[in-house]
Write a protein that binds this ligand. Structure first.
Ligand SMILES: Cc1cc2nc3c(=O)[nH]c(=O)nc-3n(C[C@H](O)[C@H](O)[C@H](O)COP(=O)(O)OP(=O)(O)OC[C@H]3O[C@@H](n4cnc5c(N)ncnc54)[C@H](O)[C@@H]3O)c2cc1C
Length: 622
């Protein structure tokens, strides 16, 4: 619907009489308006916005207030417990998954939020914000580490309620009828979170869609980040699977963006960073065939001395190159300062026996050389049930224990060796909670976290060449003296199939991702924590010390990577040279697209495209 028609249809044309005449035109904003300013919209203006969005404008409260006003009361205790539940956080406009970051940001509620139902609601909010010079914030799943989906004194557009899902056997993007072949796809509301997409596409539909590893990350934010899931080494990035988006741009227009219509905008939405080019209301993503099995390999190996640990890391680097550097294997290995290597890898397309066979030579070497091997589990399940909480409940523990004679028994130090590790899903146990409200237990630690530091760095595959492996191993050991390094193999696409590489190549993500075998992530924080809350104050001194250690750790890795990059959505709030780090050679093109679709910078996020023209809080044009 054209904007004028929409305004007439909703009666919101009256809004135009409520804003000062000079602000109606797209006069360049120099300073955005706060509630304390005379130009802040009147109550009746807000009321009319509320009417325009069907009564879905809500004042935003700040649930953490109770922890200050009545810290020992029942409500405060309940709240503290609920802060470890991502679905509780998700229900509150005034909360975000991370609560802040030392010396960087702390979560702060908007003044109002539009709980958008569709693109028209979003357009009404965008027009209102532009015409009234408001700071506009967009939120999907609220999982931004850098705090880009919250800001004080702002108007929030929240897509949480937009999670319709429709599967297609043969989808052709609008306008591409003569240039693209029909392909299986899924159209999802921009507020759809990972588990909602996986439940519909995989559990119910028997196909695969590229979402995030974390089940409560929203696909709207994920696709614009680039977006990696556990199996991205095979399927590529989420952005690489995008076929079409419906997006509301800064002028309030509802546009279709795909390879044939608004292709530049489409490209920018694929990894150019969320909250920057418009508000995405709907997306269509390619779906893929499912393999027969998904599985995981988990264990820890502890070395008894630094020298033994060096040898272990060196052995693993060579083993990874020879056996795991392919599209079957993703997720993580942690190189810990306590001389422990922790394997938490996922695989696809292999059954449990095949996967065990892959690891056997390494595990045999580990035992033969006196390392301690614990928590060993390598197994697979039917891929279709990987995100199926009910199936996990029904089949555990029958799938957990090895058949007689399983060779794993002879290797691990634990008495209990699992074929498949314990179902790692946590359930939202609040009364009335939907049964599908599940998340991986491993991400609970990130609920209500206050970050001390966070860094990421793509590691080029050239470091796996035989004459470089020792250098890489030495760098990992040296870096591990300062902090634990997570090697996320699924977040580097070297070793991926040509389709996955081609898809990611045609996105805005820094091209170094294509030649990286892994993304190293080094991060830590404390939870739950928030300034001013007794007993839960961020540990400033310790946090700053840890931030320095994180920095030292990643600098050791930088010594061997040379110029590389960082993943926009999993990186340092204080990222140096963010344009180059996040987007590399793609930045100039992104900057032009930003200028075309949002010349006045209505959409601002920390270290987003064009953010260099604004103050750090996004309120003042520089
Ligand atoms: C626990 C956890 C696990 C994670 N795991 C992964 C992972 O496995 N793989 C991975 O790639 N990343 C991962 N991330 C990072 C995550 O993908 C990004 O932070 C992503 O942008 C989050 O999107 P969101 O909508 O949930 O968050 P939000 O904070 O709501 O949004 C993130 C950014 O996108 C913008 N945005 C959101 N929706 C829209 C929209 N509809 N239109 C325009 N802009 C929008 C927001 O303004 C904000 O700038 C993880 C983050 C967390 C906290």
């Amino acid at each position: 619907m054209k904007r004028r028609t929409f305004l007439r249809a909703t009666g919101a044309a009256a809004l135009l009489t409520l804003v000062p005449r000079g602000l109606r035109a797209a006069a360049p904003t120099v300073s955005r308006c706060r509630p304390s300013d005379a130009a802040w919209p009147s109550k009746s203006a807000w009321q009319q916005l509320n009417d325009a969005v069907g009564g879905n404008l809500v004042p935003v409260d700040f649930p953490l207030t109770i922890l200050k006003s009545d810290p020992d009361g029942t409500h405060a205790k309940e709240l503290l417990a609920n802060l470890k539940n991502p679905y509780f956080i998700r229900e509150h406009a005034g909360l975000t998954q991370s609560l802040g970051w030392i010396d960087a940001w702390k979560t702060s509620p908007s003044v109002y939020a539009v709980m958008a139902r569709n693109a028209n609601d979003i357009a009404a909010a965008v027009n209102f914000a532009r015409e009234n010079q408001l700071r506009l914030v967009v939120r999907g799943g609220g999982h931004s580490y850098q705090g880009t989906s919250n800001a004080p004194d702002s108007l929030l557009v929240w897509t949480r309620n937009m999670h319709d899902i429709e599967m297609h056997d043969e989808f052709v993007p609008q306008g591409c009828e003569h240039t693209m072949r029909p392909q299986p796809a899924v159209t999802i509301g921009a507020g759809t979170i990972g588990i909602q997409a996986y439940a519909a596409v995989t559990t119910k539909g028997g196909r695969y869609v590229q979402g995030g590893g974390c089940l409560t990350v929203c696909l709207g934010g994920l696709v614009q980040s680039g977006g990696f899931g556990s199996y991205s080494k095979h399927y590529g990035t989420a952005a690489g699977s995008l076929l079409e988006a419906e997006v509301v741009t800064a002028d309030g227009q509802i546009r279709i963006a795909n390879a044939c219509t608004n292709p530049e905008l489409f490209w920018a939405l694929k990894g150019g960073g969320g909250g920057t080019f418009g508000v995405v209301s709907k997306m269509t993503l390619r779906t893929h065939d499912l393999p027969e099995f998904f599985g995981s390999a988990n264990f820890t190996v502890k070395a008894s001395s630094d020298d033994a640990y060096r040898r272990l890391i060196r052995k693993f680097v060579g083993f990874y190159h020879d056996n795991l550097f392919n599209d079957h294997w993703g997720e993580q290995v942690h190189v810990r300062p306590d001389n422990t290597l922790e394997v938490q890898m996922n695989f696809l397309g292999l059954d449990g026996d095949q996967a065990q066979g892959v690891w056997e030579p390494f595990l045999t070497w580990v035992k033969a050389n006196g390392y301690s091997l614990q928590g060993l589990s390598i197994g697979s399940i039917p891929a279709r049930h990987y995100w199926d909480a009910q199936w996990w409940n029904e089949h555990w523990p029958e799938i957990a224990f090895p058949r007689n004679g399983n060779p794993l028994h002879a290797l691990a130090d634990d008495i209990l060796v699992h074929v498949m590790s314990q179902p790692a899903m946590a359930q939202d146990n609040r009364s009335g909670a939907a049964p599908g409200n599940v998340w991986w237990k491993g991400t609970t630690g990130e609920c209500a976290i206050y970050w001390w530091g966070y860094e990421s760095l793509w590691l080029p595959a050239s470091l796996l060449e035989s004459d470089q492996q020792q250098r890489l191993a030495d760098a990992l050991f040296a870096a591990s003296r300062s902090f634990e390094i997570g090697l996320h193999f699924n977040k580097g696409l070297a070793g991926a199939p040509p389709d996955a590489i081609a898809g990611a190549k045609d996105t805005a993500t820094n091209p170094v991702v294509l030649d990286a075998f892994a993304l190293a992530i080094v991060a830590d924080g404390e939870e739950p924590s928030y300034p001013g809350i007794a007993g839960h104050q961020p540990s400033l001194e310790k946090g700053r010390r840890f931030a320095q250690r994180i920095d030292r750790c990643v600098n050791k890795l930088r010594e061997v990577t040379g110029p590389s990059g960082a993943y926009v959505s999993e990186s340092n709030y204080f990222q140096r040279d963010f344009q180059q780090a996040y987007w590399g050679s793609n930045y100039p093109r992104l900057a032009q697209i930003k200028q075309k679709y949002d010349p006045d910078g209505l959409f601002f996020v920390r270290n987003g495209v064009g953010s260099e023209h604004w103050s750090a809080d996004g309120f003042t044009k520089l």
